[in-house]
Design a protein around this ligand. Structure first.
Ligand SMILES: [Zn+2]
Length: 159
């Protein structure tokens, strides 16, 4: 057990929260923020670091990220001041961002947060997009809930 405990202690000492994006890494700014091969003009907004890692595992996009640290939730007492929203708006104005991609949960709190951020970005000259809602890969239509099925129909794309 001793080597495991020592390894965990080393990890605890080395891991920091990135001052730019909120990712967790052993260097600060993190490896994503300092990677020169990434698209500087798109920023993906996620609620938690776990969402960032999920997108990275999927190789979904080669852009920068911004971790909010949660979503707005009036019932749980989470307001804009509790999240990294001001820092996001500052980044959008300071960096050469052309698109802000809201990759937030398809829940009431996630979508409330998406609307709130979209309102704050009205004056910024950027395209604000969000993830599509619809049929999961490998999914069967007759198993889908009505909300997902009607969202998929509304957001149908050219084949
Ligand atoms: Zn970072």
């Amino acid at each position: 057990m001793a080597p495991l405990a020592a390894a965990l202690q080393t990890a605890i000492e080395k891991i920091e929260v990135c001052r730019t994006c909120g990712n967790v890494d052993s260097q600060n700014p993190c490896t994503v923020c300092t990677d020169p091969k990434r698209d500087d003009t798109a920023i993906v907004v996620i609620a938690d670091v776990a969402d960032l890692w999920a997108l990275e595992r999927a190789h979904a996009i080669n852009a920068r990220y911004h971790v909010l640290g949660g979503t707005l939730s009036p019932l749980d007492g989470v307001g804009p001041q509790d999240l990294s929203i001001d820092a996001l708006i500052s980044r959008v104005h300071a960096e050469p961002i052309k698109e802000v991609i809201l990759a937030l949960n398809a829940t009431v709190d996630g979508q409330t947060t998406a609307h709130y951020i979209t309102d704050l970005l009205q004056e910024a000259n950027v395209r604000v997009t969000r993830l599509a809602h619809g049929v999961p890969v490998g999914g069967e239509l007759d198993y889908l809930d009505e909300g997902t099925l009607s969202a998929a129909m509304r957001q149908r794309t050219l084949f």
